[in-house]
Design a protein around this ligand. Structure first.
Ligand code: NAD
Ligand code: IPM
Ligand code: MN
Length: 359
């Protein structure tokens, strides 16, 4: 079994180092191989996703990914920007199913921006389609408008598009996930305005016939954004397209106390997976040892569970994370009065120690 380790930019290397410590203390039979990705790869090889990095990712059973991006690359042409690396990995490996759980750990109820009673016990799963939608639709670009309100003016355009098989396969992932949980699925779209959304809704209704035991509800994305902060526990599994899923998953993440707590899994049809925290490279706190590594550490648990068939090891990691939270250790993003403020490496060390103590 081989794991590709792609730390990336900003806080990426700091948080991935802690996750690697955790993997190593488990003494499982994995080979870890690292490669540059994102801005770090651009600096070294003039490309954010060099052939060698993509080849390593292809050969690996799983990929542990930190984060990519930094303001200093914002002026590069789009195809060379760090973010193209993660988009390219998703597309090239066919990682269409992005699972973003938002779980509010009991110890962090007070760290949420919402009142404790709204988030206590929160455990929802966002299933985000990851290789289609306006993220990848063609054509896109800039041109001189030939019609519209300002003919002759410069304009830019992207294309939102979904094919039926793309929607069907993510729908199956979501229905199957719902079946294992509370059997309640909410599909989020904007069918009152967008043709792609009406098509999404019609396709979901078709797939639903195969899952009569699961209750399917449709909700417009603006209402879903509101309900997530009004009554987040009214949801269980949500399924949505790439763009809406990007936005709603950040919103759901912060309800749990910090985006620094949330792992994510991006899977293809052969359960090969890329595991990355739901957050980005956080350039504002990079290099200072302030980042919360728990999302990335929890990614290793998801990786062991979904791609490496090591459920027991996954549960050990999750228990160790629970334990450090119970001990009151907190990175600044989740720190509050009465808890112990620690840095990135101290938090990683504490998880390693908790794992070792499990015997
Ligand atoms: P971000 O998620 O990097 O940061 C948003 C806020 O959350 C910041 O205040 C940051 O300090 C905080 N934060 C994020 N992760 C944290 C952690 N582990 N611990 C503590 N605090 C944390 O989003 P952004 O600022 O919009 O984007 C920064 C860069 O990251 C951009 O270049 C963006 O494109 C990129 N990005 C990359 C990914 C990815 O690699 N998958 C995801 C999102 C954003
Ligand atoms: C995410 C990020 C990425 C996305 C960016 C960095 C391309 O925001 O993983 O949520 O939009 O998918
Ligand atoms: Mn995002």
């Amino acid at each position: 079994m081989k794991i590709a380790v792609l730390p990336g930019d900003g806080i990426g290397p700091e948080i991935v180092a802690e996750a690697v410590k955790v993997l190593e203390v488990l003494e499982l039979k994995f080979e870890l191989e690292s490669a540059l990705v994102g801005g770090a790869a651009y600096d070294a090889h003039a490309h954010p996703l060099p052939e060698s990095t993509l080849a390593l990712a292809r050969q690996s059973d799983a990929i542990l990914f930190g984060a990519v991006g930094d303001w200093k690359y914002d002026q590069l042409e789009r195809s060379l920007r760090p973010e193209q690396a993660i988009l390219g990995l998703r597309k090239n490996l066919g990682l269409f199913a992005n699972l973003r759980p938002a779980v509010c750990h009991a110890q962090l109820v007070g760290a949420s921006s919402l009142r404790p009673e709204l988030v206590a016990g929160l455990d929802i799963l966002i299933v985000r389609e990851l290789t289609g939608d306006i993220y990848f639709g063609q054509p896109r670009g800039r041109r001189t408008a030939i019609d519209g309100q300002f003919p002759g003016a410069e304009e830019a355009f992207d294309t939102m598009r979904y094919s039926r098989p793309e929607i069907e396969r993510i729908a199956h992932v979501a229905f199957q996930a719902a079946r294992k949980r509370s059997k309640k699925l909410t599909s989020v779209d904007k069918a009152n305005v967008l043709e792609t959304s009406q098509f999404w809704r019609d396709t979901l209704i078709g797939v639903h016939r195969e899952y009569p035991d699961v209750e399917l509800q449709h909700m417009y994305v603006d209402n879903a954004a509101m309900q997530l902060v009004k009554a987040p526990k009214s949801f269980d599994v949500l399924v949505t397209g790439n763009m809406f899923g990007d936005i709603l998953s950040d919103e759901a993440a912060t309800l749990t106390g910090s985006i620094g707590m949330l792992p994510s899994a991006s899977l293809n049809s052969s359960q090969q997976g890329l595991y990355e925290p739901s957050h980005g490279s956080a350039p504002d706190i990079a290099g200072q040892g302030l980042a919360n590594p728990l999302a990335t550490i929890l990614c290793t648990a998801l990786m062991l569970r979904f791609s490496l068939n090591q459920e027991a090891a996954a549960q050990r990691i999750e228990a160790a994370v629970q334990q450090v939270l119970t001990q009151g250790l907190r990175t600044p993003d989740i720190h509050s009065e009465g808890t112990t403020r620690v840095g990135t490496a101290q938090m990683g060390d504490a998880v390693v120690k908790a794992l070792a103590a499990q015997g």
